[in-house]
Design a protein around this ligand. Structure first.
Ligand SMILES: Nc1nc2c(ncn2[C@@H]2O[C@H](COP(=O)(O)OP(=O)(O)OP(=O)(O)O)[C@@H](O)[C@H]2O)c(=O)[nH]1
Ligand SMILES: [Mg+2]
Ligand SMILES: [Zn+2]
Length: 354
């Protein structure tokens, strides 16, 4: 009953059934810090470690349990468990781990709705929001853009309109934990059995929002720096908290840098007006980098596509393609070959015009 309220549904129980025969317990990961976990079980909770088999045979660190995962656990003592397996993730919020290796760093698993929280103080940045939207698209979770600190904003309607223009189909909710503005609207996304995660820079008010939705001061919060509105990285771990009634909330630490773990298709989904313009390029595989008959270049010049968004798109797509290169060198080689052909065709075309 409790795990159902935390979101265990038919597919979770189905995936777990082989483990049930081995007398393992179904559990949900609330906290994953290095290789120590805090789990919710049907009755109560447990501290846990990965089994040796899971630890050494995991396909990269990304396959080890993260906050929000459903796992099969073996009880080894009162409130002590060993995690034997991670059940398939329905959705997963991930970024690319810092450093040179191309590693997926999952932030939270099995998230239904992700609140992309921006602060309407010095934090407001549409380009960063585009990056978060691409991450959400790759995750499978439904994004909701939260413009928090509405009380600090002079022209709220303008900020909302500007955000809606880039948010595509994602709802945009202006909120203030100070005066309660928008909190009911946010509460509307907390459906029975659903998991909502809060993502955003430090100091935007994620933990404050979480506390308001939970109805108690569960997460520590702290004031932002004067002058540049930057947060102090108050929250230091990702943590899943059951909501009173049903559903779960995941609070996360403010992200310092957000490297994309997403494919070119996720970037295109976020910039659909550019993808739509690209459909009219002369070359089917136009790279929009100076080829003749490029409809995107024409749309940027004509003002139908915003120049800042175009620059943002190119940056994010290059990042996503680089990621694809590392993840799938053969596909990347194929793409390079295609580009070579495109540039050759473009050159030949230019020559023929001269
Ligand atoms: N004016 C105003 N301040 C807010 C609002 N929501 C949160 N704050 C303040 O913003 C500061 C940062 O809030 P936190 O909830 O700690 O921010 P966070 O996003 O959790 O930050 P990290 O844990 O560092 O990632 C606190 O001083 C909050 O009181 C709001 O709606 N309006
Ligand atoms: Mg916090
Ligand atoms: Zn083009």
């Amino acid at each position: 009953m409790f795990l159902e309220r935390l979101g265990a549904d038919g597919s979770v129980f189905g995936a777990f059934s082989p483990y049930a025969e081995q007398k393992l317990m179904l559990a949900r990961v609330a906290i994953a810090q290095r290789d120590l976990y805090y789990l919710y079980l049907e009755d109560g909770s447990a501290h846990a470690e990965p089994s040796g088999k899971l630890y050494y045979h995991a396909a990269g660190r990304g396959a080890l349990p993260v906050t929000g995962d459903w796992v099969a656990a073996r009880m080894v003592g009162p409130e002590q468990a060993v995690v034997e397996a991670v059940l398939p993730r329905r959705t997963c919020l991930s970024r690319r781990a810092a450093g040179t290796r191309d590693d997926e760093q999952p932030l939270a698993a099995n998230v239904d709705v992700v609140f992309l929280v921006c602060g309407l103080d010095g934090d407001f940045n549409l380009r960063r929001l585009e990056r978060y939207l691409a991450l959400a698209d790759a995750s499978g979770a439904a994004p909701v853009v939260v413009l928090n600190k509405a009380d600090l904003c002079g022209d709220l309607a303008a900020q909302v309109a500007e955000t809606e223009a880039i948010a595509r189909s994602a709802p945009v909710v202006a909120a203030s934990t100070m005066d309660g503005h928008g909190l009911d609207a946010l509460g509307g996304f907390l459906r029975p059995g659903a998991t909502v995660a809060l993502l955003g820079s430090s100091g935007v008010g994620k933990s404050t929002i979480a506390n308001r939705l939970l109805g108690e001061e569960r997460f520590r919060t702290a004031e932002v720096r004067m002058g540049d509105s930057r947060g102090r990285h108050t929250t230091v771990r990702r943590e899943l908290m059951p909501l009173p009634g049903s559903g779960a909330l995941i609070d996360t630490p403010g992200l310092r840098e957000l490297q994309l773990w997403a494919g070119p298709e996720n970037v295109e989904a976020v910039f659909d007006e550019i993808a739509a313009a690209a459909a009219n390029c002369r070359f089917r595989d136009c790279s929009h980098s100076g080829e003749p008959g490029c409809a995107v270049a024409a749309a940027v010049e004509g003002g139908q596509v915003d120049a800042d968004r175009w620059a943002s798109f190119q940056k994010l797509r290059a990042e996503a393609e680089w990621h694809e290169t590392l993840a799938d060198p053969l596909a990347a080689l194929e793409r390079k070959r295609k580009w070579k052909a495109i540039h050759k065709a473009a050159k030949a075309f230019n020559k023929s015009r001269r």
